[in-house]
Design a protein around this ligand. Sequence first.
Ligand code: BES
Ligand code: ZN
Length: 951
Amino acid sequence: MGKGLYISKSVGITLIVLAVAAVATIIALSVVFHNEKSRTVEKPQINETDQWKSYRLPGTLSPQYYNITLWPRLVPDANGMYIFTGHSGVAFTCVKETGLILIHSNKLNYTLTPEGHHAKLTGLEGAKAPAINKTWLEVETQYLVIQLSETLQVGKIYWLYMEFQGELANDLRGFYRNIFWLLLLLKFVTTIVATTQMEPTDARKAFPCFDEPAMKAVFHMTLIHPSGTVALSNGTKTITLRNQNVLQTKFKPTLKMSTYLVAFVVSEYSSIRTAAETDVLVRIWARRTAIEAGHGDYALSITGRILDFFQSYYNSKYPLPKSDQIALRDFDAGAMENWGLITYRETSLLYDPITSSNKDKEWVSTTIAHELAHMWFGNLVTMKWWNDLWLNEGFATYVSYLGVDDVQPTWNIKDLMVMTETHKAFAFDSNKFSRPLSLPEEEVKTPAQINALFNTITYSKGGAVLRMLSEFLSEPVFARGLSAYLKQFAYGNTVYTDLWGKLQEVVDADPEVNLPATISEIMNRWILQMGFPVVTIDTRTGNITQNHFLSDADSKPSRSSPYNYEWFVPISWMKNGTVMDRYWLLEKNATHDPMKTNSEWVLANVNVSGFYRVNYDPQNWQRLLSQLSTDHSVRSSVIPVLSRAQIVDDAFNLAKANMINMSLALRTTSYLSEEREYLPWQSAIKHLNTFINRFRHTEVNTKMQKFLRSKVQPLFHYLKNITADWTEILSSHTDQYNQLNAISLACTAGVEDCLDLTKMWYRQWMKNPDKNPIKHSMRSTVYCNGIAAGGSEEWEFAWNLYKKSVDDAEAELLIYILSCTRKPELLNRYLNYTLDPNMVQKKHVNYVIRHVANNVVGQPLAWDFIRANWSNILKEQKHASFFTILYFTTKSFSTEVELKKLELFKEEINKAGFGTEALVVDESITITKENMEWMQKNKGEVMQWLKEELA
Ligand code: BES
Ligand code: ZN
């Protein structure tokens, strides 16, 4: 090596490393510098990396209007697939500087531009659109992502245009297809109806959109569809152009609204409508045959009237010129409140006076009222985010009862609400895993989390809590507050505090309303913590205490509460029949002297006006019970009918939670021999059924039956009298329900007259199968009992009808009544028929086993049958069916022997290699253990009480 710098190897390596590091640093610095420069000049300043990983839109853009054209193909393509094609554009304003456009899109395929992008961007009103850098679809978060080379400018409007294609699947989501079979010239042909269900997050499956409720915009819809079909959407149709074989229907722009309310339908339906001079055009759409048969007439007769009721209740005009109601066969929910085009399941809109029951009529009425209520609560004013879904659904639930009451004033529907909503909510909300009505926004992000919110808490507790609010404010004050709220926030979005604010303004302006705290102090306690209180009143001292009510006394709530599980409780109450001033319980414990008494009865939460349960000291319970049993003219009883129902329901639930003895709960049913009203009976039957089922295989059964007979016999005879020996139809809605209850319970309890009656009715039917004198709504109860009281002749008659039946509803009715026989040989024969698809249709197998298991005589037979045939059942039936079959067959197991049998059964399944199915047996094992515990705790006490009661 010649002259030169000599350095050692190690030093050399060090220097090289240093040099590399220096160069790297320089490069890095220059890159940073370059980036900085380019960011300030041409790239977005904000760090927008991975924003598409978040389920929530960043709030940088605000949509103004959409132009959407969709073309559903009602026949399959070459690959046998049903598709739709479309193009849409959205005008949006940039509200925060960004170089990224995130727009929701799910399961849509795009036509790429010549540059290879999914979309085109242009500027509107003089704005210059930056070039698109890159576009792609994010499947998990359901976005089409558009990365721009420069940022959009705040305040400027842009136009994003896309062409795409989607599947018109039969998946009940987004833009989907309905299939109908029509009998044409003795041949079944299928027809397709293309329809939509966007709520909560499926508008993005029909067209790319900013799919959040606060992203309100105006929608300009155009539909392309085959001639011979009608296209409907939210707005009124403007023109239909004919283009060779297809029609192009354009609709008037919608009002400013959320994406989840967009709807469009293409069908061959026909419709009926209100008279031309009405303010708002109301139409009922359905299959032509259903319309011709008059099944839409009832809906038409009430829809306009309910709409009018809400216009005056909310003091706010319905803002659209039309309201279409359309009946669909394949529909996931019961109905959907799309603005101007409400979609329904067929059974929620159509009513057949001949075959439908008054329960069906009630359902149709409540559903229509519920959806119409949304036209204001939900559509005009919308929750900002899904965490406040209860503002939509709780409201619609509550006011739907007011709407129905207006068109059916004799139904007492407002009282029925306590059973259908409040009691349902009590049951759900007394579990430690319940949740607050309003959740923190961050807890609700993914479509799955949003979907999970549509539950009993949102609907029933939401409705019940609003009913309480309206009760303590009074209906007129409440309605005035709502009206002010709707006016201020029309076409906008809100959080629940906005509602409290408006109600507070009305309260502050009204000297008549006296509240102990602000609306938000009172109401936040009801919506931000799960559960509800049980208020215990001790009339010996006047002490009042509240505790979080949990049906399992040993459990602890699964979340903590900002209010320590204490509520501000409005206590409406009466003393010996006199209504007293409302008392507000604002602490855990308080004393209210007027409640102190040792001779008068105190009844609190009169008419269940509050969302809580009540317990008393034993003496007051005793006084209430004697009031109930001495109050003989019950129809005008001092204790109102809802409170009578509530006393029973509270007592059984308090007993379940170990707060009072089971015998005290049972004593609340002693007076039932005097009771003639539906609500208290219904309340009691729900609980008594648990007892009937649990004890039916034990020595308690005979006494239980005798007790039930003594209670229900007077009701049965009362109804027999007022119907002139069952020849006249009861005019009252609830009396009709009561009649079903009475017949069902009287026959179960073996009331001779009832057995004779149903047997006689059944015989009449057998004599003349085509002329059936029994009302449809009574058929299943009457025939079930007719078969139970009869023999093989009665059974064979129904079996032959089943073999011939073509109608689904009829077949299901027959499947049920066949399970009611008390003859083991017939039940065994019936069970064995399920192994042969020529005898029992596959889809009915599950029902047969379940129904047989529900029959006292059938239960052990069904269990033996399952043990002998389980692998066959598993092979033929879905996993879920196996689960329900097993559940129904073993749900009354309550002995050590039965537990052992289940454990052996589990082993057998396990050994055969069916791990998951063995887990299903675990459920039954848990239930059996709970039943054993319940038996141990209650059997002796119930037996003792029955002995005394029957003495
Ligand atoms: N907005 C709902 C429909 C809905 C439910 C959409 C679940 C998405 C998910 C509609 O207003 C509704 O509440 N329908 C009820 C019927 C109503 C009478 C209680 C339903 O579908 O059960
Ligand atoms: Zn609803």
